[in-house]
Design a protein around this ligand. Sequence first.
Ligand code: FAD
Length: 565
Amino acid sequence: KMAKARVIYWFRTDLRLYDSPALKAALDLNAEAFWPIWTWDPHYVYKTRVGVNRWQFLIDCQNDLSKSITRLNPNSKLFLMREAPQTLFPKLFRAWKITHLVFEKDTDPYARDEMRYGRTLWDSDELVKKNGDKPTMSISQVQAAGPKIGPVPKPIPVPTSMPDPGETTLDFEQEVPEQNQDLNEGYREEKDKSYENIAGPNGDFAVPTLAELGFPPATTPHRGGETVALSSLHETTSNATYTATFQKPKTAPTAFSPQSTTLLSPHLHFGTLSVRHFYWAVQDVLSSYKGKEKASSPPTSLIGQLLFRDMYFGAQAHLGHAFSSTLHNPKCRFIPWHLSNHPAPTTTTTTTPPSNLTSTSTSTYTIDSPQAEAWFQRWKFGRTGFPWIDALMRQLRQEGWIHHLGRHAVACFLTRGGCYVSWERGAEVFAELLLDHEEACNIGNWQWLSCTAFYAQYYRMYSPVAFGRGWDKEGAFVRRYVPELGALDDKWIYEPWKAPEMELRRAGVRIEGDGGSGEREDVYPEPMFDFAERRTLCLEKMKKAYAVGLYGDDPRVLDGSWEVL
Ligand code: FAD
């Protein structure tokens, strides 16, 4: 006779109850005891730089999920475990006599195992297979390979019940070596401490607060949780015309409260919204749409946006760790950026490296341009002196989300269209600050914008002045995020350095140096370089790099002999 199942359901990338194939698989085990848990991985907490806004969002998701679980079973909730899964699970398995651990499949190389896929329209590994065992590098490949797997699965209903959890005591008695009974006292103390470390300050596995994590209050207005996600999706799809005629390039990056796209990305990231639910909700609108305006289609439509997402997951699934960097990545072009994370060219080769090469540390170096690190810092903190770029970077820092075309603007500017800094440095900043940070999408889009993969039209460059102005002549967006320029006339809002002294005085703003560190409210920086000059230089350099045509897995890149070219 089979023993009754004792199940841990590990919520990781799917903080929801609706349409969760993995959760359904776990519930189908008809467990005698069922613990829904989230491991508060200290590795994630302390080692990765994650901005306070994303912590807030995660905590929102956990609170909402916990409440929903309790609604299904008053004896249950989301149990927050404050320990890394690697060390926690062996203890839990023993103490709770666990027979099954179930969780959602992930393309992140950190966590691949036998799991149920649930994060994408199609299983990413299957998608790769149907793409001839190659990473999906274009949306048309996804459009061809996806349907070969079959139609996107329809959402699974919310579970109607959940078994009771078993005891949550963590008995570490077995860890006391019998021959060391006299040390028992010490072990007992250790044991209590260990329990508290795992179960939280009140020993009840509660969702932590930002204060417990040692963070100040968050600054983002965007909130998390499945309840918010479902109502946001509903709001989007209730507007049939908007949903059916959505064309990404026609949505304004300067629109804020409300923004012009769905802002569902953070919910997809935390899995509070199922992407298949999103897909079918849009398809349902499309199938009954009878509006005057023609319905849109991929790649610009909403369905097209979801296909892009699957494309990046497919690329990551195939390339694994190599996907996230330049080095070792056979699909990523090697560009000798001014500032980058690649190892500096070695001096061990017979040729001497260029004399204008300055090593700043073992992992970063600057070449050609000693100012590049300063430019990077000014970009990061929204102090470049280009109001359009600064407004976007400040929106990112304050709110954790910027529009896709806004991301285009700042990513192009940092890399091939201005600073000539490696996309990897930019991706790190996004990883810290975005609410929707998704490794596959972030890395893939940075490669796209820097023309190192997915996209190659490097001669198409965004102007940090004309791009924003084209969307928002009056500069309402800039005024919102760069308040020191708030009173400036429309004419100068994108180029304050050109404003006459009289106008600056009237508007109460001074344009000065690097603008200091932002403590002077009336001072805004001068532009950090002449964009026209940089544009020409970047184009020349990109052209050369393209002509040489090295990729991240080239031996000359890996052994540092690339500078001879
Ligand atoms: P909508 O336009 O409403 O699209 C609906 C959904 O489609 C989004 O929620 C998202 O899941 C998906 N989607 C849309 N565009 C893309 C795209 N280009 N690539 C992948 N998925 C897409 N998106 C992330 O989810 N996480 C990231 O870390 C991320 N980093 C990015 C970095 C850069 C440099 C750039 C240029 C783009 C990045 N994107 C990222 C893609 C895109 O900008 C966001 O998904 C989108 O702006 C989210 O807003 P939305 O939900 O309103 O999108």
